[in-house]
Design a protein around this ligand. Structure first.
Ligand code: FAD
Length: 285
């Protein structure tokens, strides 16, 4: 399929990108890795009048660093860079683990963490991981900067609270020191998108779970966490039977997605299964 006609610009720096977004953000789309936007344009699901190609920002917005106890990841950082980051392998290993099961090598070489957040496909993997890490989105516009938690950033299928004149520049979160974590997913056999995925970040002391954050991909319209599950897990012993019991029932009332890859009932059941698997995998590390 051939996209509809569009103007194409290649701004040289962040100020120029923000200026273009301020001028006509409503009719523009930023092009990062292009692995969601270009297919959507070819299918004419997206028909932007203007494409703002932000490749020139790669040197500035591709980074993974720790400042104090905060890990900061530039929005143009690719999945491959996350997957192969020694800093993340040591300090937040759930991210390399999750990035390594995204799509294929080409997708991981081009797809960016910022594109994944803003595209907000419910079946994407990293949004639920960022939710479990209590991450924040740093959004810049010509007017200034604002910071929004992942917990309010995702608004619906392919929808976030980003404003038309804003660029996501960074995702940051507190280093999960001392936490155990793992991401497990049931992948779509063709695309590897998650039918259901679970991102578990847990604290453990004296053989019991002290705190738990579990984010879910693919289950509902937005990445989700469940108070009931996270409360149930506190104080639970780390053996399989106890974890399985704590993971039962939390998803029963969820308005789950339903498509050719799985019914609502199937996704609810898989959410419980993959929550258990992710928590047990985290505890085994
Ligand atoms: C075959 C295939 C398999 C895939 N499998 C998986 C998978 O298993 N798991 C998974 O999670 N994903 C998967 N993906 C999707 C992939 O992760 C995309 O790369 C990602 O969703 C979008 O990132 P991108 O950098 O390519 O963004 P783009 O396609 O360039 O942009 C996507 C959207 O985000 C906006 N955008 C991008 N960056 C910014 C920014 N910094 N600020 C503001 N807006 C921005 C764009 O305007 C556009 O609306 C797959 C894609 C393909 C083609």
């Amino acid at each position: 399929m051939i996209p509809s006609a569009f103007d194409y610009s290649t701004p040289a720096n962040l100020d120029e990108v923000l200026k273009l977004l301020a001028e006509d953000g409503d009719n523009s789309k930023v092009l990062a890795g292009g692995h969601s936007l270009i297919p959507a344009m070819r299918l004419r699901l997206a028909q932007p009048e203007k494409i703002i190609d932000i490749q020139a920002l790669r040197p500035q917005l591709s980074y993974i660093k720790e400042e104090g106890d905060i890990i900061k990841i530039g929005a143009m950082t690719t999945y491959y860079e996350i997957e192969s980051s020694d800093l993340l392998k040591e300090k937040a290993p759930i991210l390399p683990e999750a990035a390594s099961v995204i799509g294929d090598v080409q997708v991981r070489n081009w797809g960016t963490v910022g594109g994944s957040m803003v595209h907000a496909d419910p079946s994407s993997d990293l949004p639920s991981v960022m939710l479990a890490l209590d991450a924040e989105m740093v959004l810049k516009s010509a007017k200034g900067e604002r910071v929004e938690p992942a917990s309010t950033f995702f608004a619906g299928i392919l929808q976030t609270t980003i404003e038309p004149d804003e660029l996501l520049t960074e995702i940051r979160f507190k280093t999960p020191t001392g936490k155990k974590s793992s991401y497990k997913k049931l992948p779509n056999k063709a695309s590897h998108y998650s039918v259901v995925g679970a991102a578990a970040v847990v604290g453990v002391a004296d053989g019991k779970i002290t705190d738990a954050a579990v984010g879910f991909s693919g289950l509902a319209e937005i990445p989700m966490r469940f108070d009931e599950l996270e409360k149930n897990l506190v104080g639970v012993s780390t053996d399989e039977a106890s974890i399985e019991k704590a993971c039962q029932g939390f998803a029963s009332g969820v308005d789950a997605l339903e498509d050719l890859h799985g019914s609502q009932e199937y996704r609810r059941a898989m959410a419980e299964v993959f929550a258990k698997r992710a928590i047990l995998a985290a505890l085994s590390k």
